[in-house]
Design a protein around this ligand. Structure first.
Ligand SMILES: Cc1ncc(COP(=O)(O)O)c(C=O)c1O
Length: 385
């Protein structure tokens, strides 16, 4: 059984029934899954969860799959929290998502989205991607026996495009960024009969990404960190984690303020950082002339801009942009000092953390978590190796 009560339009609050294939709401906004949290609180003992198998799916009552047999799995695991030293009394952990199937955190959202899509009757899946989401979808679609079409920018990292082809998906190469990929896909969706798994266009990828927040809370003994640095492209993870913390609070499983969510981008594509600095609720203008080697954040105008910015304002968070040279330097330094091969996106978060802490944006004793969203092996090596 599932504790899902309905889907809710994130713009208007309109309630729609769950249990059928769903895209955006009638108002054209992302849909959010709502649960009967009172029933979950009455039936689930938070401290008993540790005895369940060490997978993101141990939080089943807060996830939408009605029948566990519908899960399409490639052996997802709880990812480690690796402590790193800080200058001063603060605490820092890296949550290393590179250990998930296909080497990135995209596995969480796509395992669940593919499982739900198949359970609800989809047979042909399509996605626009910077690379990693497409690789994850291709893998889970292969596992599920579904057809996959993946739209990538012409300069997407080779590791991801190789993987997409390896898994047997149809690879469509588009001249432009992920937004152009999304448009190319949308033009053909109706004629091809694809189900579109674009970021936030269906409600279940966020639920999979939510497990990052649930897992983190449990790993830290239900004492949430003070700040989370997250590489923000489409923002599903940031939105998913903010939703996780709100649900945990409603359940009475955590208390105190939510972690300050820090949206990390690069100076060559920082639409969320700019909108937050200007006090805006949305990204009004797409970022022009995107120029960054950090592929995961190359999203000129995220569809979930309002939800991302809500997540920053509601947690007293902020945006932080680092330049590509700082990303390379952090990646190199972390590998050599700590034996940890971060993705460029993870290295951007580490650089942002170090800069923000040095600038006094965190309390000196703050407990912070940096997300390494993918294995470093998925991207070309930094300059200087
Ligand atoms: C390694 C990596 N980090 C971060 C991101 C951005 O993730 P999100 O869309 O959840 O903001 C991506 C997305 O492509 C990615 O591949």
């Amino acid at each position: 059984m599932s504790y899902v009560t309905h889907l809710e339009c994130s713009a208007t609050g309109e309630a729609l029934p769950a249990g059928r294939l769903t895209g955006l709401s009638p108002a054209g906004a992302p849909m959010l899954v709502r649960y009967d949290l009172a029933a979950v609180a009455a039936r689930v003992d938070r401290d008993a969860l540790a005895a369940r198998p060490a997978t993101p799916w141990r939080f089943a009552e807060l996830l939408p799959l009605a029948d566990p047999a519908d899960l399409v799995s490639l052996g997802e695991t709880i990812t480690p929290l690796i402590p790193l030293p800080t200058q001063g009394p603060g605490t820092l952990w890296v949550k290393d998502e590179g250990l998930l199937p296909t080497g990135s955190f995209k596995a969480r959202g796509l395992a669940l989205a593919v499982s739900m899509a198949r359970a609800l009757g989809a047979r042909r899946l399509a996605i626009p991607t910077a690379g990693n989401a497409g690789a994850a979808m291709a893998a889970y679609a292969a596992r599920a026996g579904l057809q996959a079409d993946v739209f990538v920018p012409a300069d997407a990292p080779r590791a991801a495009t190789d993987e997409i082809r390896l898994f047997g998906a149809a690879l469509h190469v588009v001249d432009g960024l992920i937004d152009a990929c999304g448009r190319a896909l949308a033009e053909r969706t109706a004629a091809e009969g694809w189900f579109d798994l674009s970021t936030l266009k269906e409600p279940y990828r966020i639920e999979g990404k939510k497990t990052m927040g649930l897992e983190l809370a449990q790993q830290l003994g239900w004492r949430l960190p003070d700040a989370i640095f997250y590489p923000t492209g489409g923002g599903t993870g940031l939105i998913g984690m903010a939703k996780a913390f709100a649900e945990l609070k409603a359940l009475g499983w955590v208390d105190g303020p939510p972690p300050r969510m820090v949206a990390v981008q690069t100076t060559g594509c920082a639409p969320v950082v700019r909108a937050h600095a200007a006090g805006r609720r949305t990204v009004e203008e797409p970022w022009q002339n995107v120029d960054t080697r950090v592929h995961g954040v190359r999203v000129p105008k995220p569809l979930g801009d309002r939800l991302i910015l809500d997540g920053l304002y509601e947690s007293d968070g902020f945006g932080w942009a680092v330049d590509d040279d700082a990303v390379d330097a952090a990646r190199l330094a972390c590998a050599r000092a700590h034996g940890l091969h971060l993705s460029p996106e993870g290295a951007a978060c580490l650089a942002a953390h170090d800069q923000a802490r040095a600038a006094g944006r965190l309390a000196p004793d703050a407990r912070a978590v940096v997300f390494n969203s993918a294995s470093g092996l998925k991207s070309p090596l930094p300059a200087g190796v």
